[in-house]
Ligand binder design. Structure first.
Ligand SMILES: Nc1nc2c(ncn2[C@@H]2O[C@H](COP(=O)(O)OP(=O)(O)OP(=O)(O)O)[C@@H](O)[C@H]2O)c(=O)[nH]1
Ligand SMILES: [Mg+2]
Length: 293
């Protein structure tokens, strides 16, 4: 009998969760960034191998919510934890000993699924530090999501804990989300890379039109910010910044969909969208019930 199930990757912001999902799926599905809080939705990646199918959920980093977008991000991570058959709790090994998952997620009841602790970024540690880590956390998987070290060992342990089940999706499927969604994420990732301070956190992206029936594929996307001053930053002197974001994002989308793309990129202001329930819903950020309207 084959095995199949849901594997949630959870942990603090910047631990490398999205990098791990991309490594396992073998495609750049989930956006990554040196800036924390890059992932805001649940990202689904499917890995099928060795008679086992993992439906991997990459989640927003566990953080202390400061505004409604954070509430939505936290709720998404907690929901994935509750849905999971196996949990990978990923921590950044360069940051010292991780707090227990229950504490990081502020859970009021234990997680039902088995939890595997994975300490990431081993490539950034000295051999001595790795030795200390192994002695202190004998059960942990010490990995490098970006370089690949021991990711296979971690996956073998996940596989062993998956329930016996037929596959949940066809074996050549790598996600359940649309190219349209991934295109909007790649535009947002590119904006994050090129912006500083508070601006990256104020950016949302919406694809308004996605026409695959023509060549080049036509994509009209809007980057939303919260204030006029941010819009000016995004545009840059004589429009240089927005042009550069568009150029880089187009290249990433072309790599993902394997076809030439025309990216028609716009900037709009949606005041305080991070605190507005209707705007959050519109961007697909799931709002926890107690905060919903
Ligand atoms: N040195 C090193 N850096 C890594 C590794 N994995 C991820 N990173 C880097 O860590 C940063 C964060 O990676 P992400 O994958 O975006 O982290 P995340 O946990 O998804 O972050 P959020 O979505 O913000 O919660 C990026 O700069 C990655 O390149 C690793 O194994 N080694
Ligand atoms: Mg992420």
């Amino acid at each position: 009998m084959s095995r199949a199930g849901i594997v949630a990757v959870v942990g603090k912001p910047n631990a490398g969760k999205s990098t791990l999902l991309n490594r396992v799926v073998g495609e750049k599905l989930s956006i990554t960034s040196a800036k924390p809080q890059s992932t805001r939705n649940r990202i689904v990646g499917i890995h099928t191998a060795d008679d086992a199918q993992m439906v991997i959920l990459d989640t927003p980093g566990l953080l202390e919510p400061r505004y409604p977008l954070h509430d939505a991000m936290r709720a998404t991570a907690i929901a994935a934890l509750r849905d999971a058959d196996v949990v990978i709790y990923l921590a950044d090994a360069t940051e010292g000993a991780p707090v227990p998952l229950e504490e990081a997620a502020r859970l009021d009841r234990p997680v039902r699924a088995p939890v595997l602790l994975a300490l990431n970024k081993v490539d950034a540690l000295s051999a001595d530090d790795v030795g200390v880590l192994r002695a202190r956390h004998p059960d942990a998987f010490i990995i490098s999501a970006s370089r690949g070290d021991d990711v296979d060992t971690l996956l073998a342990a996940v596989r062993a804990r998956l329930p016996e089940s037929p596959y949940l999706y066809p074996d050549d499927e790598i996600s359940t989300q649309t190219l349209r969604f991934f295109a909007s994420e790649l535009v947002r990732e590119t904006a994050l890379e090129q912006l500083e301070e508070e601006v990256p956190y104020s950016v949302a992206c919406e694809v308004e039109e996605f026409r695959e029936d023509r060549s080049p594929v036509y994509i009209r996307a809007v980057l939303y910010v919260e204030r006029d001053s941010q819009k000016r930053i995004l545009i840059g002197a004589k429009g240089t910044r927005i042009r550069e974001i568009g150029r880089v994002a187009r290249g990433k989308i072309e790599t993902l969909i394997g076809a030439p793309v025309y990216l028609d990129l716009w900037i709009k202001v949606l005041p305080n969208w991070r605190r507005d329930q209707r705007s959050l819903r519109r961007f697909g950020y799931v709002i926890p019930k107690e905060h919903g309207q």
